[in-house]
Design a protein around this ligand. Structure first.
Ligand SMILES: NC(=O)c1ccc[n+]([C@@H]2O[C@H](COP(=O)([O-])OP(=O)(O)OC[C@H]3O[C@@H](n4cnc5c(N)ncnc54)[C@H](OP(=O)(O)O)[C@@H]3O)[C@@H](O)[C@H]2O)c1
Length: 287
């Protein structure tokens, strides 16, 4: 039986009002209790946030990236939250490396309930009209084909658990600013991939959704705002205030806030949600 569905006879219906059954069964801070989630990319930004928020929601995790020191750091933080983390050095563009990841995940836990395709490569910012096609090929390799490869490899295990896939997309979907073209076409293809996989894998009980963050208020962006402030001779706070002035919530989302949206999509709370894309941007773009 898919993990998202709990038989009615396990719910103490005689003591719990019907409209509170789900809340009673899935406390908000344990929505991923005892689930196993594989995450590509360990940070320092969203990958780390995903690992920690999944752990806080009760999941054990498998972390896949190339930098072993960072993998170990994030695995330690997960362990400090009382959950297990298996760190697997993985190059997601390499078939053999990904097969090893899938084998290690299943050997370690015996099951996989969720896969988050977070890892990406930021292609050079340049115009499509003049870009070298090898640059475009390389970007598709990491940002699109690797996500497809991992989903193919984990689909049988996910089908056994009624599992869920989340593709981390980007607000680049919502605009066509110059020099972002290569990144945009990889992410637009990733959105199409998620939607088509939702249709293909839905009959097996696997849900596939996307999360599209805009700015993420993490170290890289903080450094960039510092740089912008210095180059204009204004405080970084002024750069922040100018950028957020037109956002509905007048602030930028933090990695944990983006990660929580992925936690929701991985959880039984989203058990009827598939083929969708949730934008997390404090109201910068409406979709
Ligand atoms: N940062 C933002 O402002 C922002 C905004 C919108 C959307 N996003 C999306 O959010 C996601 C995470 O972005 P982030 O900036 O926060 O990055 P991050 O999660 O901090 O780091 C990216 C991760 O990808 C991994 N990675 C890259 N190439 C890999 C490969 N070939 N094999 C295995 N792992 C690989 C890196 O690890 P190794 O280098 O160790 O392999 C790193 O752990 C991305 O999908 C991005 O498109 C980010």
């Amino acid at each position: 039986m898919p993990a998202d569905r709990v038989p009615a006879d396990r719910v103490p219906a005689d003591r719990v009002p019907a409209d509170r059954v789900l809340a009673d069964r899935v406390p908000a801070d344990r929505v991923l209790a005892d689930r196993v989630v594989v995450i590509s990319g360990a940070g320092p930004g969203l990958g780390r946030g995903l690992a920690l928020q999944c752990a806080r929601a009760g999941a054990d995790v498998v972390l896949a990236a190339r930098n072993e020191a960072r993998l170990a750091e994030v695995a330690k933080e997960v362990a400090e939250l009382g959950r297990r983390a298996v760190a697997v050095r993985t190059d997601i563009t390499d078939e053999a490396s990904c097969r090893e990841l899938a084998e290690t995940a299943l050997e370690s836990y015996g099951r996989v309930d969720g896969l988050v395709n977070n890892a990406f490569a930021m292609p050079p910012l340049t115009d499509l009209a003049t870009v070298d096609l090898d640059v475009v090929r390389a970007a598709f390799e990491t940002n699109l084909l690797a996500a497809l490869r991992l989903t193919q490899l984990f689909a049988p295990a996910l089908a056994e658990r009624g599992g869920s896939v989340v593709m981390i997309n980007s607000a680049v979907l919502r605009h066509s600013r110059r020099t972002f073209g290569v990144y945009k076409i990889t992410k637009a293809a990733l959105l199409a991939l998620a939607q088509s996989l939702a249709t293909e894998l839905g009959p097996q009980g696997i849900r596939v959704n996307s999360v599209a963050p805009g700015y993420i208020w993490a170290d890289n962006l903080k450094r960039y705002f510092d740089y912008l402030g210095r180059s204009r001779g204004v405080p970084a706070q002024q750069v922040y205030d100018e950028i957020t002035a037109t956002l509905d919530l007048r602030r930028l989302p933090e990695p944990d806030e983006v990660a929580d949206t992925a936690v929701f999509l991985l959880s039984p709370l989203a058990r009827a949600v598939t083929g969708q894309c949730l934008d997390v941007n404090c109201g910068e773009w409406h979709h």
